[in-house]
Design a protein around this ligand. Structure first.
Ligand SMILES: [Zn+2]
Length: 157
């Protein structure tokens, strides 16, 4: 099979929700240097060992950045998100909704440390996420926090 990543899961039936939806779209612009790194990783993935996600990656030009029981998330070099559900349904999310874009970017940075530039910089005024106390994880760190999606902080109101 494929190398499913050992990333924490969102938890059964849990849809990512986000209190950081108000994140400015400027945060979502991917710097050219980071886009290039995504392209390089994608080329590497496509020429790597056979993987069930390669078809989707090739068709959409998107790098797989997250996998769990619920599906796979892909990120394109321009920041669009593609979701492959566990039933094989593909949903392309051009100009991805901020929640999905953020999930994809955090996951990408966790999987590929050189993509750390994808994670929004924490503003000085941003308090710790009240739901996870700043850990970005819940339930003994097994699950990504559903409120901050793993950032560990929220936007000041
Ligand atoms: Zn949190």
């Amino acid at each position: 099979m494929d190398d499913l990543d050992k990333l924490p899961s969102f938890g059964a039936g849990e849809t990512p929700r986000c209190s950081t939806s108000s994140l400015d779209r400027r945060f979502m612009v991917i710097p050219t240097s980071v886009s290039r790194l995504i392209e390089l990783r994608l080329a590497e993935f496509l020429s790597g060992p056979s993987d069930v996600r390669q078809d989707i990656a090739r068709r959409y030009g998107a790098l797989p950045v997250y996998s769990d029981m619920g599906g796979n998330i892909f990120l394109t070099p321009s920041g669009d998100v593609v979701f492959l559900g566990d039933e094989g349904v593909v949903t392309a999310l051009p100009g991805a909704p901020p929640d999905w874009a953020l999930v994809a970017r955090i996951a990408a940075a966790e999987k590929y440390p050189e993509l750390a530039g994808l994670v929004p910089t924490r503003p000085d005024s941003a308090p710790n996420c009240p739901a996870c106390g700043g850990a970005g994880r819940q339930l003994e760190l097994r699950f990504r926090c559903g409120s901050c999606l793993g950032l560990g902080w929220v936007r000041a109101v």
